[in-house]
Design a protein around this ligand. Sequence first.
Ligand SMILES: *Cc1c(COP(=O)(O)O)cnc(C)c1O
Length: 387
Amino acid sequence: MHVKKQRLLTPGPTPLLPRALHAMMASDIHHRTQDFIQLYPRVLADLKEVYGTQNDVLITVSSGTGAMEAAVSNFFSEGDKVVVLSAGKFGERWADLAKAYRLNAVVLTAEYGQVVSPERVAQALSENPDAKGVFFQASETSTGAAHDVRAIGEIVKQTPALCIVDAITGLGTMPLDIDGWGLDLVIGGSQKAFMIPPGLAFISVSPKAWAQSETARLPRMYFDLKREKKMADKGESAWTPNVSHILALAEALAYIKQLGMAQLVENAQLLARATRAAAVEVGLELFASGSPSSSVTAIKAPAGMDSGEIVKAFRNQFGSIIANGQGTMKGKIFRIAHLGYFDFADLFAVVAELELILHQKGLPVTLGKGVAAVQRTYLEAQSGKQS
Ligand SMILES: *Cc1c(COP(=O)(O)O)cnc(C)c1O
């Protein structure tokens, strides 16, 4: 009761890998010296391996949105027709970027909690054969829903359009066959399944995308990916990087490689399944039940209760920092994350805390029922018979 450990349990920033955090203290090196030039190419190579692609993978010194902006400014010209899938706050960000850069965006919206079907994408592309890109989220973190990346990729692949995936919470939580599915630009962020603080973003670039960049006239400077690639080939970054983050990333990638990317994905999938089972056991309703992501589970607040009350109780009673809904979903849902450095012990705690909070607020929960659902998922996973 008196001692409370603060635990960061949001879908980004996520819990930090201790050895990555410790590595950040060795950042008293200069980025134009051999110390850095020995480090950076290794990090880029490991990143490419973890991405699982033959495409170039580059780093931008920014949060995820910086790489999203680079995906627009490097590959398009003013007035270009593009298709934007918008199923939540981050889909809206693609639409905002398209607008800021004066692209002609055909926006396919889905209600919050739903996703845009591959059929709608195929339809939009047949109606707009001049579309030069399709933008979407692999996992829409604001609602906990996941797009069918494979099906969308395979549709876009048949057309001249680039397939542009914000996989910031998709990488490490769902299988992504970048080369096989034709994903031209795939964006990641350091503070999600990569287990390190915010401050780096990643983007893979296919040959099809590089070809389109040759005729792209939008202005760009800091996020000029061609310049970044030229420097990366020499083992350096275009500008002064946050060396501390590169050191942390080196450790995190070593950890992910040791674990295996497929195992990291499976870990998220198992925790997601356990979270959904637990939510149902404690009498709550899932928000994105049709196509739930494995990065984060969005749960509706009980009738008549503001989800902020639950978020606040987690923080005040247990030091657990969980996420409220964003934008218009604030107060309506709360989100339990399970991407990156999350384990079953984290989830046992979160679900036990949730049961206590609901109980103390007078809801009819049987203590232990949700925790038991998580325990059953754990046992099933161990015995290999996954239900
Ligand atoms: C976190 C996140 C982003 C990037 O947000 P930043 O605050 O710029 O890092 C973009 N898309 C999705 C789906 C995200 O989860």
